[in-house]
Design a protein around this ligand. Structure first.
Ligand SMILES: C[S@@+](CC[C@H](N)C(=O)[O-])C[C@H]1O[C@@H](n2cnc3c(N)ncnc32)[C@H](O)[C@@H]1O
Length: 279
């Protein structure tokens, strides 16, 4: 188990939930599109494009557009992945330990026009003790969330338990690079080493196999991630006032976080990987 209050404090201390909703209502009275929400609700390196690629990994085993594909997003944050999955017809459940994020995720979803998408489900809870029955999901997704979890072995065992036989696990995660000792804080997932729990890729794949998963695909996305983050950084430095930005969540700290992400990627302190595995 982790100290959820301290982690929630990291994510919620500068969160301007009411102002975010007022801003969205003022600028997007007919409801925001998924791309308009992306600066806010895609809290990972790579934005909408990375989420699209992650969801494409589901297609070989999970028939997209079927209302019967049940997907659990662990560490759903503000729900960018959930809403993109729902747009493909997936039945998305989002679990997050930060209650303020789950509540805002729900409020954002209520503003997005997805009339034909299956309904979304939000649960506040800890990935270490998933509040779901055995074999209840076809797929489990992690997008930049395992990086906050100190007991990855327990979380992966829980993920395996809730997946049906033959179910899929797909991750888009940050892992430690060869120069992890030089990692600069703050980063979006942690103000200091207290909440950063990066594994090396070899350790992560070993833990997946120990939990009972078969590895189907492992890909290093670091180069793409660095190019994307550099482009974002340029946008963040231009004086134009964006309708939404990660600063509405992290406050002024995000400027340093964004710079540190570029440096950490460029200096091999962190790597970004995609992993697909099955039960
Ligand atoms: C960096 S954010 C990523 C959010 C989202 N996946 C995305 O990519 O936009 C990490 C998320 O993981 C959640 N999280 C961290 N530890 C967790 C745990 N033990 N159980 C559930 N959620 C957790 C945090 O509250 C936060 O919302």
């Amino acid at each position: 188990m982790i100290d959820s209050n301290r982690l929630a404090n990291h994510y919620q201390r500068a969160l301007r939930a009411d102002e975010i909703l007022a801003q969205i209502d003022a600028h997007y009275p007919a409801g925001p599109t998924l791309h308009q929400l992306a600066p806010l609700d895609q809290l990972h390196i790579g934005g909408v494009a990375a989420t699209t690629r992650l969801l494409e990994r589901l297609s070989p085993c999970a028939p997209l557009k079927s209302p019967y594909v049940n997907v659990l997003d662990i560490g759903a944050g503000l729900g960018g992945l959930m809403r993109q999955g729902a747009a493909l017809g997936l039945q998305m459940t989002g679990l997050d330990i930060t209650h303020g994020f789950s509540a805002l995720n729900k409020a954002l979803s209520a503003r997005v026009n997805q009339p034909t998408a299956p309904p979304l489900t939000w649960v506040t809870g800890d990935a270490c003790a998933l509040p779901f029955a055995d074999n209840s999901f076809d797929a489990v997704l992690f997008q930049h969330s395992l990086l906050n979890m100190p007991d990855a072995a327990k979380v992966l065992a829980e993920s395996h338990r809730v997946l049906r036989p033959g179910g899929q696990l797909v991750m888009h995660e940050v892992v430690s690079g060869p120069n992890v000792a030089q990692l600069r804080y703050p980063v979006p997932w942690a103000a200091s080493c207290e909440h950063s729990h990066l594994l090396g890729l070899a350790e992560l794949t070993r833990l997946l196999e120990t939990a009972g998963f078969r590895l189907d695909h492992v890909e290093d996305w670091t180069e793409l991630a660095l190019e994307w983050r550099k482009r974002q950084r340029q946008k963040e430095q231009t004086p134009r006032q964006a309708v939404l930005s990660p600063q509405w969540i992290f406050g002024e700290r995000f400027l340093t976080m964004g710079k540190n992400l570029v440096d950490n990627l460029a200096q091999d302190a962190i790597k970004v990987v995609e992993i697909q595995a099955s039960c």
